[in-house]
Write a protein that binds this ligand. Sequence first.
Ligand SMILES: Nc1ncnc2c1ncn2[C@@H]1O[C@H](COP(=O)(O)OP(=O)(O)OP(=O)(O)O)[C@@H](O)[C@H]1O
Ligand SMILES: [Mg+2]
Length: 61
Amino acid sequence: MERVEIHRVKTGIQGLDNLIQGGIPKGNVILLTGPAGSGKTIFALQFIVKGAELYGERRLC
Ligand SMILES: Nc1ncnc2c1ncn2[C@@H]1O[C@H](COP(=O)(O)OP(=O)(O)OP(=O)(O)O)[C@@H](O)[C@H]1O
Ligand SMILES: [Mg+2]
């Protein structure tokens, strides 16, 4: 069977990226959900900051 390579976008959260085989599959839409205080805002901020800092992501699109 043909091997299809999946391009992934790192979240910048190292433990999570390791868990999900290197990042979120490129082009996927992610719904971040959870109760108050579970870390949604921290997750989003870290994604933006690490994207700019480490991966040259200068904008969100
Ligand atoms: N590095 C860290 N280590 C441990 N706890 C942290 C760290 N950074 C943030 N926190 C705490 O984790 C919690 C996550 O809060 P956050 O605001 O991200 O949750 P939220 O899911 O966005 O909540 P809400 O639904 O109320 O907006 C906060 O209590 C925060 O103080
Ligand atoms: Mg929040």
